[in-house]
Design a binder for this molecule. Structure first.
Ligand SMILES: [Zn+2]
Length: 69
């Protein structure tokens, strides 16, 4: 699963990147264990995909069976 860390200042950049990449809104959780990729400071937040937030594209493929007769 895609996740993005961000510091206190860059979380709006992180949200933009997250939405661009994942096409869904992130859940923002406090997580100081990572590194902000924008300024290399310790992270404050971690953005992850919402569970069940990604709706799979509709699949309307129908198998046509050939019946030999
Ligand atoms: Zn930052």
């Amino acid at each position: 699963m895609r996740e993005i860390y961000s510091c206190l200042e860059d979380y709006d950049l992180a949200i933009d990147d997250f939405i661009l990449e994942s096409q869904t809104f992130p859940v923002i959780q406090e997580d100081p264990t990572g590194t902000c990729p924008y300024c290399q400071k310790p992270s404050a937040y971690r953005l992850t995909a919402m569970p069940g937030g990604i709706v799979p594209p509709p699949q309307e493929m129908q198998d046509e069976k050939e019946i030999d007769g």
